[in-house]
Design a protein around this ligand. Sequence first.
Ligand code: ADP
Ligand code: PAZ
Length: 243
Amino acid sequence: MNLIIDVGNSFVKLAVFKGKKLKYKEKVKLDDALVNIKALKKKYNAIEKTIISSVGKLKKTDVKAIAKFFDVLVLDSKTKLPFKNLYKTPETLGVDRIALVCSAVNQFPHKNTLIIDAGTCITYDFVTSDNEYLGGAISPGLRMRYKSLNNLTANLPLLESEIPNDIIGNSTDESIHSGVVNGILKEIDGVIDTYKLKYSDLTVILTGGDAKFLSKQLKSSIFANSNFLLEGLNYILQFNTNE
Ligand SMILES: Nc1ncnc2c1ncn2[C@@H]1O[C@H](COP(=O)(O)OP(=O)(O)O)[C@@H](O)[C@H]1O
Ligand SMILES: CC(C)(COP(=O)(O)O)[C@@H](O)C(=O)NCCC(=O)O
């Protein structure tokens, strides 16, 4: 069994895989991660290996503590990968984005694939049918947009995400929901349309904490898969250990 540890900028996702099968997953705050990992070790004593992908504030001491329980692979720019990385600064590429690309080449081999991860940030990652990763884009995520409107103004309240009733916001709250949510939806649909002009056979995956919230509102046809990153990490672990 493999334990997958995905440290994002909002949450840590923990998952247990038996071979390719997802057996269990949970989402925790970073401060609780170590305690929950210890509990998972007790619950699933068949876990031998773990992969850690962190773009968040995971401490080196936490990695050391985890390495006491399991055989650890810490994903970084030197890890053996199943695609050609053409990013100009591979050493600064987010390891979560690397895992998304691995998931795509594993699940959609020889396809032009755009992976959209709606998490703290929204990331766009594109891999060609020739297995070449070209890069993509980074833009502010759903909660980040609500928070920035509140943080950087005197009068705008902090709201919880809500699907707007109309494109025309007829109150402060409705104007914010329209700006933030319609803004993201138009951005995503617009990015997909632009890629499709060049790659008409494009496969699009939507994942991340906000994927469920956004997927039904999009006009483009996409595959929504909340486990896409976790599956990519499990694949990297298998790819590096010949499991
Ligand atoms: N308490 C919370 N704090 C931050 N984000 C939250 C919270 N509750 C729900 N969310 C949603 O989760 C999204 C982040 O999802 P996730 O994919 O887990 O992020 P990351 O992988 O970057 O940690 C945010 O954009 C937000 O809409
Ligand atoms: C863009 C990100 C902050 C996204 O993180 P997330 O929203 O998934 O927590 C992360 O992939 C990162 O730190 N990237 C480094 C810059 C780059 O990918 O080029």
